[in-house]
Ligand binder design. Structure first.
Ligand SMILES: [Cu+2]
Length: 750
């Protein structure tokens, strides 16, 4: 009883708060009060204000991180560290229908070894597309280490566009790099395997049958589809080539830029010895190739004879090797950081200045003669990151719990930040490009042993820390948890470099970027049958799925081809057929297909799975699977009859709705008058909103014609549903109109 009263009193307090009646009890507090009550000091408050995003504020940067074995990408913002999206890349992701609709499932199956739908990936170090060594904000690439796949994502809609299985490798390093103008996307194997996918003895045949390799995937960016802002780049398998190598274990790699453009440096290991490899891609691309599994391969001996590949033996095993923004140096993540002079390395490779040692017939270069210098950093160094300060690099020392800022030209340590955790991979905004920005450094923390994080059982998320590096005094200002991830590397680009679209051209297959042959426009919905193959051409729009009933026979193979007719921002509809295991996400303009075998007779509701509007619940229909051999009797044909009471209720609902429609129209009229009186067409952004609003009203015309017709015929259910839909358009119009009005008044008052 006591407990009950307590619950009641809490509920009442909440109610009072919601109603704004609790102001006497809970007055607005001052900043000083909050600091006192929560035990915060000035540093805490300063850190909080550095990441707080006020209303109307926008993050400066987009950041992208691979989740490791979840196979999805996380998009978040800097400095707010807010997560904006999880994007299915190598794993199915139901919210986006990724691996659930036909288009994405086909893409994933084609990108696998034997046409199977793989349900995970291992993606760690992404790369952004570049123009002249600078991020162009168009594409992103990932490598799947576990299944040797490579993926292309489009950044105009943040979707995966291409997944390819490597024709030779069975395992890949889970990182990628691109050349200065994204001519090539580079992927390497990690653990050596035979390439013929046949049995081999690891003890006796390791050196003869096992191989490693480095692949340059040729990338081609296509022209923007006229006026749509939609780009469709592709990796072209036929133009790509792989360098055949002895059975090395290959690790992190990076591409040169400017003077070192066309060169690749990376990590290799063979029989407990570590190496840095250097590979001249430019020269290699002109060499003769042979075909292996329909893929161009540069035979190992051809590469060696032409001096395109060599190894630098190193004493310490690096965790990463990164090229500095100018392309002049590359630096190892080692306790004694090695700064290599790229020009010296290139000259040694070009002139074949090899040492007398070779490793399984690969020539080696002398480390000492190629170094600019070394710097003692700390214990168990993990990673490096560059920022805009001249010759400045940040290095994480895991066991020392610190990040060191040092100058790789003068080889002097400048400052360091002591952390409360062991730091892993580092990222600075645009840090892997020729144009690094700064003020922020993210640091991966895989242990997550914090006293301020709530324990959630044995499995913990990974954490990413945000370090303010804007001044000499570096500060750890935010800790973000990244669930469903085992994060490694990330990349970040200036937000304004990316130009996201808000809708697709009507009928777009978003995976290919082409207009789908299953595109369906309003009024053209139909069901086509050919034997036991049934194609449903349907549409989705607030607040209706057309057709409303799909009747098939047990055993039929049924495909729903659905098109979202919406043009309005953020009007996505979802679609599922209950218990049939299919799900699609339909952003404005998108067409996607869902195929299933109707193997269970019965009545299965289908409906919209997104809360798309207040009338979202009306977006439903019936998938009716008749038992095999069913013959309809005349009585069951035709429409379902309503009782007189039901009819009267629909009539009342309809009349009530008409009142609301008239009131909403008054609002729209007043907004339109204001906009016209104040010459909205002189303000481009306001005008764009007005166009969107008018677009809504244009769609509404059909709904109005429908409800008036059904009302005239006394079909009150249909009349009510169409009136509801008309009102939805009105609400959206009014909503957009009011935003336009607010913006216009702000513009005028400037
Ligand atoms: Cu919906």
């Amino acid at each position: 009883m006591k407990h009950y009263l307590k619950v009641l009193s809490v509920a009442l307090t909440c109610l009072l708060l919601i109603c704004g009646m609790g102001s006497e009890i809970f007055a607005q507090t001052t900043l000083a009060d909050v600091k006192k009550n929560r035990g915060l000091n000035d540093d805490d408050v300063l850190a909080a204000t550095k990441t707080f995003m006020p209303r109307g504020g926008r993050d400066d940067y987009f950041a992208f991180v691979g989740t490791g074995n979840s196979g999805t990408m996380i998009v978040y913002g800097l400095p707010s560290m807010r997560i904006y999206k999880y994007v299915g890349v190598f794993s199915p992701e139901p919210w986006q229908g990724y691996g659930f609709d036909d288009e994405s499932t086909l893409m994933l199956k084609k990108g696998s070894l034997d046409n199977r739908l793989l349900r995970y990936g291992d993606m760690r170090f992404p790369a952004l597309s570049e123009t002249d060594g600078k991020y162009n904000g168009k594409y992103l690439f990932y490598s799947d280490g576990a299944n040797s796949r490579i993926a292309l994502l489009g950044l105009d809609d943040f979707e995966t566009k291409q997944v390819l299985m490597h024709p030779l490798f069975l395992n890949a390093f889970p990182g990628v790099a691109v050349t200065e103008n994204t001519e090539y996307v580079i992927q390497s194997s990690e653990y050596p395997t035979p390439w013929d996918n046949k049995e081999a003895d690891p003890e006796t045949e390791f050196e003869t049958k096992f191989k490693s390799g480095i692949t340059c995937w040729s990338f081609q960016d296509t022209q923007e589809e006229a006026g749509t802002g939609h780009h469709i780049g592709r990796m072209i398998k036929e133009n790509s080539f792989t360098l055949e190598l002895p059975p090395f274990t290959l690790g992190y790699f990076d591409t040169g830029r400017e003077a070192s453009n066309g060169l690749l440096v990376g990590l290799a290991a063979y029989k407990d010895q570590s190496y840095i490899y250097v590979y001249d891609i430019n020269k290699a691309s002109k060499l003769e190739t042979i075909e292996v599994h329909d893929f161009m391969v540069i035979p190992f001996q051809v590469a060696i004879d032409n001096g395109v590949f060599a190894l630098i033996p190193v004493d310490e095993t690096p965790h990463s090797v990164k090229v500095d923004p100018s392309g002049k140096y590359f630096i190892t993540a080692t306790d004694d950081a090695m700064v290599f002079d790229f020009a010296k390395v290139k000259a040694a490779l070009d002139q074949k200045t090899y040492t007398s040692q070779s490793v399984v017939n690969v020539p080696t270069l002398d480390e000492k003669s190629l170094l600019h210098g070394t710097v003692k950093i700390g214990r168990n160094v993990i990673d490096n990151a560059f920022d805009y300060r001249p010759n400045t690099v940040y290095t994480s020392a895991f066991d020392d719990k610190k990040v060191v800022r040092w100058n790789y030209e003068t080889l002097k340590v400048e400052s360091a930040i002591d952390l409360t955790f062991k730091p892993g991979q580092l990222m600075t905004p645009q840090g892997n490009s020729a144009e690094p920005h700064s003020n922020y450094l993210t640091v991966v923390d895989k242990e997550g042993l914090y006293d301020n994080m709530i324990p959630i059982g044995p499995a913990r998320p990974s954490y990413q820390h945000l370090i303010d590096i804007s001044s000499d005094d570096m500060r750890d200002i935010y800790t973000m948890s990244l669930p469903q991830s085992n994060i490694y590397g990330s990349v970040s680009v200036l937000r304004t470099t990316i130009k996201p679209i808000i809708r697709y051209p009507l009928g777009t297959n978003t995976r290919t970027g082409e207009i789908s042959r299953y595109k369906t426009v309003a009024g053209q919905e139909k069901i086509e049958r050919e034997g036991n193959r049934v194609h449903v051409f349907g549409t989705l729009i607030r607040s209706h799925i057309t057709p409303e009933i799909v009747e098939v026979e047990e055993g039929d193979v049924v495909t729903f081809h659905l098109t979202n007719l919406e043009r309005a921002e953020d009007e996505t509809h979802g679609f599922t057929v209950s218990t049939y295991g299919v799900h699609g996400s339909f952003e404005p303009g998108k067409t996607a297909s869902l195929t299933m075998v109707a193997d269970r007779p019965g009545v299965f509701p289908y409906y919209c799975t997104e809360f798309c509007s207040a009338l979202h619940l009306e977006m439903e229909g019936i998938f009716l699977v008749r038992p095999k051999g069913y013959v309809a009797s005349p009585e069951t044909e035709g429409e379902i009859k309503l009782t007189l009471e039901q009819l009267a209720e629909y009539k009342k609902n309809y009349e009530d709705k008409i009142v609301v429609i008239n009131q909403t129209q008054d609002v729209i009229n007043s907004v339109v008058t204001y906009l016209k009186d104040n010459n909205y067409q002189n303000y481009p952004y306001v005008e764009a909103l007005v166009v969107d609003a008018l677009d809504q009203l244009e769609l509404a015309k059909t709904a109005k014609a429908n409800y008036e017709r059904y009302a005239a015929e006394g079909k009150w259910k249909d009349a009510f549903l169409w009136a509801e839909q008309y009102w939805q358009y009105q609400v959206k119009t009014a909503d957009v109109g009011l935003r336009a009005k607010k913006l216009l008044s702000e513009e005028i008052s400037k």
